[in-house]
Design a binder for this molecule. Structure first.
Ligand code: ADP
Ligand code: MG
Length: 152
């Protein structure tokens, strides 16, 4: 699925729809260069889950957990990870295979740890279409958590 947005609010709203539909155990990968809108989409996603506390890039903590919504949200930003073993120290498995739903910014840095059913979201700019234009590609693998759990 490809969606085009022209404002940060539109990207937030895409995230919000995804958050409203998210189910326990899903992992969403947020791909895209710095400043494309991964965190904007994550903020919408949290809003869609009913999380009311502020969501920012958890760059210095690698992971930020947000409770108070329909499901716990584990928001990873692994941009500054030094070594993949840091993920074990963080206890990522309790998040990926836990009670909540995961968002991962810079997933390519921990590719070998991602479950094969992870949903891929890629945000791209296209300067020819304007400074605030974004193309958002959402790819659900065939054997996604949704199908396995019978969700639509
Ligand atoms: P990332 O997490 O990918 O590094 P951020 O979400 O922190 O990026 O920042 C994206 C920036 O791009 C914000 O300043 C936002 O206002 C701006 N922006 C402009 N147009 C859009 C759009 N269509 N969608 C998302 N963000 C946009
Ligand atoms: Mg970010």
């Amino acid at each position: 699925m490809i969606i085009e947005t022209h404002t940060p609010q539109e990207t937030f709203d895409i995230g919000k729809k995804l958050g409203e539909r998210a189910i326990q155990g899903e992992v969403y990968c947020l791909n895209g260069d710095l400043g494309t809108g991964k965190t904007v989409l994550a903020q919408g996603f949290a809003d869609g889950l009913g999380i009311r506390e502020p969501v920012s890039s958890p760059t210095f903590t690698i992971i930020q957990q947000h409770d108070g919504g329909r499901l716990p949200l584990y928001h990873f930003d692994v941009y500054r990870i030094g070594d993949i073993s840091e993920m074990d120290e963080i206890g990522y498995e309790d998040c990926f295979y836990g009670e909540g739903v995961c968002l991962v910014e810079w997933p390519e840095l921990i590719a070998e740890l991602l479950p094969e059913y992870a949903v891929s979201i890629r945000i791209e700019k296209d300067m020819e279409k304007g400074f605030d234009y974004r193309r958002i590609l959402i790819c659900r693998p065939h054997d996604s958590e949704r199908e396995r759990k019978g969700a639509v």
